[in-house]
Design a protein around this ligand. Structure first.
Ligand SMILES: Nc1nc2c(c(=O)[nH]1)N[C@H]1C(S)=C(S)[C@@H](COP(=O)(O)OP(=O)(O)OC[C@H]3O[C@@H](n4cnc5c(N)ncnc54)[C@H](O)[C@@H]3O)O[C@H]1N2
Ligand code: MOO
Length: 934
């Protein structure tokens, strides 16, 4: 999404309690919010406006609006918990359980995060002017639960009755029922808040009444003076701009032949980052997650929507955003898309970025080319400090870290190289550890140790971070990898870690079975490390029951450890037929993505690919340079020593040059070329600029006329041939590949804007009767969220005295695909069975804890029996010297479940023995946060 300075940022807040488990028809879910977003983003009903925030407050309970109004009508001086207590609202049970927001409930401390969720929404949307306009939809009627107007009135500092009146007048022309709306509008700080009715039709009609006045209203609220001041400043800047471009950029003949930045070690780079990773707090002492803004740079780049040809699709901005998302970064993440390689554009976009975010991540434009302006712009125009500009590593050498003060606030800028693999690797090695630190995540492990499965010869002079596969076999971790290039995203596919290889200056070769360091790039769950942490017990057996219950084994099934396997199995076996087309990227920024919203806004991340993908394109689409330097026509080694090594510069090929317009390079001629630019016809290798010298320049000293080459060339050196990364017809992804940031970047590089994936099942958890069942259902929900479960998830307690259980079951079997019943439910057995029988045309799974004997037909029934829950304790997972430890009975972060002996006697004996005991542990949190490189 390219943001102009004038873009009006709109937030849509749906207030609705219509989405209950008993009405799980997805089409009726928040069509109003969805419509508003489409109207604004696709149909441009408000000029220059974009929806940048969306949230839906959905629940089963009456109290949500009360909570909402409390938050709005107070100035947050009192803690939410206190306020709720004084109102005798049992927030722990009424609220968090039913707001099915992944981001909120993913973290085990649900109720603590909840006030963060609402407070963040209101104060950030308005106070920090993240949105210029906040449109609420719903909650404006006469019922006791409709409190949106009260909430709004409690917040706004100025009323804007004209807006509400205009809406009312026009609505009354359509229906007299309009008089039953109590919608209000007003201004809070610099945000215009407008209440719209809840129905999709009415909210659309009301918005259209005021849409055309909103841009003017917003500019008045923002204060015209400020805008005109900025505008003049910009004019002034543009007029003076030329003189600000540094000499080394304008005078190409005088550009540095050597990088100005020392190549520092990875360790030093990480230490510098560590020094700058400062925790920040909000007014109420909560960790403040910095806003992140990402953009890609390059004149050769086009967005995925634009037709292909001689351009490269931007893969990096989305890939980086998705890596952050995969890592569950809690702050806001904006994507600016593509910024051109010119001084003005870069200055303008950096300024816009600094106005909106604290951490900026860019990709491209950091090497030695004449259009690699990022470092120059930051240094010259923004007077920043470049802490490092090169790191001794492969890939990712030109990685740069910069800080500066903008309007008295410190900004942190990561400038990553443009090669997609380099950008991806550096996001993992530099950006994620940094973001984890500033998010207050505990750092435990640097990297894992694994045994190399094969020897490695021919190391690079730079220490290398090779994409590799980590596996667990026979109680040990193994790692394997093959050769790869830094532009080739395909090298990420099927890999789950980065293998650290030393420089060839340190080691000649590495023998098979050497213990190596690896950094995980996928969550530990996906690496299959977790399931084998406990060797003996962890085998999952899922019994497909057909007709009889004879073959049902009991005891050996542990759901907690296996939820991923259950999900995979369900996807593979049961949901084959259910697929959907989904965008590979979701351009809307979500503050809290509720599970339901995935239906509308989710990206394909985490979904399972429905069919194999083959490429219909070549990448690169033309022979491209790997270095900034000179493209020459090289004859052969024998001639080299005899020939003159002087070449006339007859052409320039920068990234974005159209290959068809290029002239042929003849012997003795060269073209100045930049990384990623097309190789002109006739040329057959590229000499990097560092290995050249200017021998003749124009009279003004600006243009180089001839250069000499200081090092003997090699045929095809520094050239990527057509299709060398991806060729037409090449198989890229297997069916059933789980789509992560790299797979999605790969898909986007060949133009897949949408992709066919398996739908996720809708799961309904029904705890029956007792408290322990309720606890199990909670844990199950946590597990599903940890596993990044994408489908719908509902839960409803089934009590003995529940009068409407027939209604509940009817709905559950109508709408949900997987029903997990836990606790003892003998009373309901007949009932459940009769419903299964009625609907034996659809395939349902039920996972029962306890016993469930029915002879259903066509029902695929996975039964998990007798979960030995009481044997599991929450414990801390640690990793030291190549081995995992679990620390039981600790108050530290409890990140796994440990299977401890069920009898007190056994336990006591174990403790008395004081020797190391092997326990079975199950990882229950997104454990990738443990594997940090610092
Ligand atoms: N003379 C030298 N040339 C180069 C050096 C060097 O030391 N001396 N370093 C090389 C290394 S190592 C790297 S890494 C690259 C980094 O280059 P830049 O960061 O300046 O990146 P670009 O030139 O803009 O792009 C490189 C390559 O990647 C493609 N690209 C860029 N952005 C995207 C994107 N968002 N999505 C997809 N693909 C992208 C671009 O088309 C180029 O092919 O420099 C070497 N050169
Ligand atoms: O360091 Mo660069 O990232 O090799 O390609």
């Amino acid at each position: 999404m390219d943001f102009e300075k004038t873009t009006i940022r709109v937030g849509i807040l749906t207030i609705s309690d219509t989405r209950t488990p008993s009405k799980s028809d997805i089409n009726s879910f928040d069509s109003s919010g969805y419509n508003l977003i489409k109207l604004i983003n696709d149909s441009n009903v408000i000029k220059s406006a974009k929806v940048v925030q969306y949230d839906c407050v959905t629940d089963d309970f009456d109290k949500i609006q009360v909570l909402f109004s409390i938050l709005l009508t107070t100035s947050f001086t009192k803690g939410l918990e206190q306020q709720l207590e004084s109102l005798k609202i049992n927030y722990l049970y009424s609220f968090p359980v039913t707001i099915l927001c992944q981001d909120v409930s993913r973290y085990s401390n649900i109720h603590k995060d909840n006030d963060l969720y609402l407070q963040a929404k209101m104060s950030e949307w308005c106070s920090e002017r993240k949105v210029d306009v906040l449109l609420s939809t719903g909650g404006t009627g006469f019922s006791s639960r409709d409190v949106t107007p009260e909430a709004t009135l409690g917040l706004v500092q100025k009323l804007t009755p004209g807006i509400s009146q205009a809406i009312m007048n026009e609505s009354l022309k359509l229906t007299p029922m309009a008089m039953l709306s109590r919608a209000v509008s007003g201004i809070y700080e610099k945000t215009l808040i407008i209440n719209l009715p809840g129905s999709a039709k009415a909210s659309r009609e009301c918005l259209s009444v005021v849409a055309h006045t909103i841009p003017h209203a917003v500019s008045l609220i923002k204060d015209e003076k400020e805008i005109s001041k900025q505008f003049h400043k910009q004019l002034d800047f543009t007029a003076n701009n030329k003189s600000r471009v540094p000499e080394c950029v304008t005078k190409i003949a005088c550009r540095p032949r050597e990088s100005q930045f020392p190549k520092i070690s990875m360790k030093s780079a990480l230490n510098i980052l560590k020094e700058h990773a400062v925790l920040q707090y909000t007014e109420n002492n909560k960790i403040k997650y910095p806003a992140v803004l990402i953009f890609s740079t390059g004149d050769e780049l086009k967005s995925i929507k634009e037709s292909h040809g001689d351009y490269i699709r931007d893969t990096n901005s989305v890939m980086i955003k998705q890596i952050l998302e995969q890592d569950h970064y809690k702050g806001e993440v904006f994507n600016f898309g593509i910024v051109r390689d010119n001084w003005d554009d870069l200055c303008k976009h950096f300024e816009e970025a600094f106005n909106n975010a604290d951490i900026i991540i860019t990709s491209g434009g950091v090497s030695m080319g004449e259009k690699d302006l990022i470092k120059h712009v930051l240094k010259e125009h923004f007077k920043s400090k470049i802490h490092f500009g090169r790191v001794n590593m492969k890939p990712g050498m030109p990685t740069t870290f910069v800080t500066l003060f903008f309007k008295d606030t410190k900004k942190y800028i990561f400038c990553l190289p443009g090669n997609p693999v380099s950008a991806g690797v550096c996001t993992h090695l530099f950006v994620l550890p940094y973001l984890r630190s500033v998010s207050g995540k505990k750092i435990i492990i640097h990297s894992l140790k694994a045994k190399l499965t094969h020897p490695i010869n021919g190391l690079d002079i730079r220490p290398e971070y090779r994409r590799a596969l980590l596996k667990y076999e026979n109680g040990e971790l193994y790692v394997s990898s093959n050769y790869q290039q830094s532009s080739r995203l395909l090298s990420f596919v099927g890999s789950n870690c980065l293998l650290h290889l030393p420089s060839s200056l340190e080691e000649a070769n590495i023998e098979s079975s050497t213990i190596m360091d690896v950094t995980l790039i996928k969550s530990i769950e996906n690496t299959y490390v977790a399931p084998i942490l406990n060797e003996t017990n962890l085998s999952i057996e899922i019994i497909k029951k057909q007709g009889t219950s004879d073959n049902i084994k009991t005891e050996e099934l542990l759901l907690f450890s296996c939820i991923n396997d259950v999900l995979r199995l369900m996807t593979e076996n049961i949901f084959e037929a259910k697929t959907k087309n989904i965008p590979t990227d979701n351009p809307i920024i979500l503050l809290v993505s509720t599970i339901n919203n995935h239906m509308f806004f989710s990206s394909a991340m985490g979904y399972v690919l429905y069919s194999p993908v083959n490429s219909s394109e070549n990448l690169p689409p033309f022979p491209a340079s790997i270095k900034d330097g000179y493209a020459i026509k090289y004859i052969n080694e024998d001639c080299w020593s005899q020939k003159s090594n002087i070449f006339n510069v007859v052409q320039v090929s920068v990234a974005g040059t159209v290959p068809d317009c290029q002239k042929e390079i003849k012997e003795g001629e060269c073209a100045r070329i930049s990384t990623g630019a097309p190789l002109p016809p006739g040329a057959n290798c590229v000499i990097q600029v560092e290995d050249t010298a200017v021998v003749s320049k124009s009279s003004d000293g600006k243009v180089e006329l001839a250069i000499s080459i200081l090092k003997e060339p090699k045929l095809f050196e520094n050239v990527r041939s057509i299709g060398s990364d991806i060729s037409v017809g090449q198989h890229l992804l297997d069916q059933k590949t789980v789509l992560g940031p790299f797979e999605i970047a790969l898909l986007r590089s060949i133009g897949c804007e949408n992709v066919q994936v398996y739908k996720c099942p809708s799961i309904h958890i029904i705890p029956c009767n007792d408290n322990s069942a309720y606890a199990i259902s909670h844990k199950l929900k946590n597990m599903l969220e940890v596993a990044d479960f994408k489908g719908n998830l509902f839960s409803q307690l089934l009590c003995k005295n529940l009068t409407n259980f027939s209604e509940l079951f009817k709905n559950v079997f109508d709408y949900d695909d997987v029903i997990i019943i836990c606790g003892s439910f003998f009373e309901f057995c007949d009932f459940v069975e009769s419903h299964i029988h009625i609907r034996n045309d659809t395939r349902k799974i039920s996972l029962g804890f306890g016993r469930m004997n029915h002879n259903e037909k066509n029902v695929c029934n996975m039964t998990l029996h007798n979960l030995p829950l009481d044997k599991f304790e929450r414990a801390e997972l640690d990793y030291e010297n190549g081995g995992f430890n679990v620390i039981c009975f600790t108050m530290n972060r409890q990140s796994c479940l440990v299977n401890i002996p069920s009898s007190a006697e056994k336990m006591n004996n174990m403790l008395k023995e004081e020797k190391e005991t092997e326990l079975d542990a199950i990882v229950t949190e997104n454990s990738d946060s443990y594997f940090i490189y610092y």
